[in-house]
Design a protein. Sequence first.
Length: 87
Amino acid sequence: MKQTIENGLPPKADFLKRYDRFDDAVQGIADMPDNTVDLLFRFLRQNEGKLSKRARENEFKAFSDAEVELAQNACVEAFPTGVDAGG
């Protein structure tokens, strides 16, 4: 149990802290439900921090180019070593 707490929780806690930072930044761009923020994060995670053309044209077509750029930057700022870190 001690090993789980010492080795498993700190990376997860760090990930959650970074994800909260991403979530706060995205909510500052556009108010959206948590599941939409999570979907945006998953798309960014799958495409190395960039929103794919397909996602941009479908799920996030309401986003302006500037909003897409802000969301991508928020992801890079929250996860500077990559969006896979800790998640």
